[in-house]
Design a protein around this ligand. Structure first.
Ligand code: CAA
Ligand code: FAD
Length: 382
């Protein structure tokens, strides 16, 4: 076992850390308050290869491995979680899906602009009545005699929906076949038949724009079909395996930021004539934060390493996402408690970490769904 990172991995971590410190951290509070989409910062991430980290250079990406992706995501998320949400969807849900299942023409057409950060990508699985139970979708794609599909239906909670140029979309093409009747598409939001609802006001990751989208007689050409017809659900699940590594990394970044701020605070803040970090109750919290943070990082790197080796990593990604998201929520909670009044104030970023951490337990499969995936695998029972 080799716990050292390669020079290339350290290099991309360094690039991400520099942008995080110089551009993202100073503007994080502004974007959190305003809820504006941080387009200029996203372009900077794209120009530096961070919007397509695992995308080969021939399609406009950085051509790096999944471990590099984890390292870069952690740095960006530590500066601002909302930026890392946009980054994660572009990298692991959009580019990864098309690279794995797309034709050469689709890779050329869709991946480059997204990997370079010139356009934004999105991923649309959830519907108003179906989140965890994703196969209960109602969005319909009806195949025509000429091979085109006519799509009708709504998708909800679509990250980057308000700004995306292209969206990987899942729709039911043969309802009587259930999960095997779902087909994936790459749709163009400039085409007729596509529209957006209002941007959702949210508890956290406020600069990551989220909305409902609707398709009314949207005509998808045959070359907008991603992968084989009827294979859409497996495509979605496989893409989400990779996505969960991204969300685990995001959770680690938020948790690390909360932990580092707490480490500084317990040394400087005094009560009863001594630094609060000298109290054993505070020290126990610090020790537990450190253990949860390290465990989350190691489990996430394990899942990323397996992905890089071309091995199945479904369970390991769920273990990483579950552990890291619950650790982030716990660490952010303790960080607020240790900062007490200042933890509750908008003068410090601690309350933002607390609000941002929560989403990692919800999207890309709730904690209950990660437990379901892990337990089904371990027991073989359903
Ligand atoms: N890889 C490949 N195939 C998979 C798979 C995987 N990880 N998981 C399941 N499949 C296949 C199964 O083998 C099965 O195939 P067959 O029909 O050939 O047997 C098929 O998919 C159906 O699988 P299940 O019977 O296990 O399906 P299910 O209905 O019981 O659902 C579930 C399983 C894990 C609960 C799934 O519905 C799920 O993950 N739900 C959560 C949805 C989710 O994560 N949504 C995220 C939306 S995107 C997002 O949130 C983005 C963001 O915030 C930024
Ligand atoms: P539900 O599925 O209704 O679940 C409600 C509760 O029941 C949860 O606690 C859940 O864990 C529990 N539950 C459900 N089934 C089970 C079970 N079998 N066993 C035990 N408990 C269960 N989706 C996209 O497709 N694309 C996106 O870009 C996207 N971005 C998002 C961004 C944000 C900010 C948010 C909030 C959501 C986003 N989503 C996106 C949707 C997200 O993936 C869903 O919210 C999530 O999968 C949960 O679905 P739901 O909200 O419908 O909850």
């Amino acid at each position: 076992m080799d716990f050292r990172f390669t020079e290339e991995q350290l290099l991309i971590q360094d690039v991400a850390r520099r942008i995080a410190r110089e551009k993202i951290a100073p503007s994080a509070e502004h974007f959190d308050r305003s809820g504006e989409f941080p387009l200029e910062n996203i372009r900077t991430l794209g120009e530096n290869g961070l919007m397509g980290i695992e995308v080969p250079a021939e399609y406009g990406g950085a051509g790096m491995d999944p471990v590099s992706y984890v390292l870069a995501m952690v740095e960006i998320a530590a500066a601002d979680a909302a930026h890392s949400t946009i980054m994660s969807v572009n990298n692991s849900l959009f580019c990864n899906g098309i690279l794995t299942h797309g034709t050469e023409a689709q890779k050329q057409k869709y991946v480059r602009a997204i990997a370079e950060g010139k356009e934004i990508g999105a991923f649309a699985l959830t519907e108003p009545q179906s989140g965890s139970d994703a196969t209960a979708m109602r969005c319909r794609a009806v195949k025509q005699a000429d091979g085109r599909f006519v799509i009708n239906g709504k998708k909800s909670w679509i990250t980057s929906g308000p700004v995306a140029k292209y969206i990987v979309l899942f729709a039911m093409s043969e309802p009587d076949k259930g999960a095997r009747g779902i087909t994936a598409f790459v749709v163009d939001t400039d085409k007729a038949g596509f529209s957006r609802g209002k941007t959702e006001p949210k508890l956290g990751i406020r600069a990551s724009a989220t909305c409902e989208i609707e398709f009314v007689d949207y005509v998808a050409e045959a070359d907008e079909v991603l992968g084989e017809e009827g294979h859409g659900f497996k495509i979605a699940m496989g893409v989400l395996d990779a996505g969960r590594i991204g969300i685990a990394s995001q959770a680690i970044g938020i948790a690390r930021a909360a932990y580092e701020a707490t480490l500084a605070y317990v040394k400087e803040r005094k009560a009863f004539g001594q630094p609060i970090g000298t109290f054993q109750m505070t020290q126990a919290k610090i020790a537990d934060m450190k253990c949860k943070l390290d465990a989350s990082l190691l489990l996430t790197l394990r899942a990323a390493w397996l992905k890089g080796q071309g091995q199945r990593f479904t369970t390991e990604a769920a273990v990483a996402k579950l552990t890291a998201s619950e650790a982030a929520m716990w660490i952010a909670h303790q960080a607020v408690q240790i900062h007490a009044g200042m933890g509750y104030s908008k003068e410090m970023p601690i309350e933002r970490y607390f609000r941002d951490a929560k989403i990692t337990e919800i999207y890309e499969g709730t904690s209950e769904i990660q437990r379901l995936v892990i337990a089904r695998h371990e027991t073989g029972l359903r």
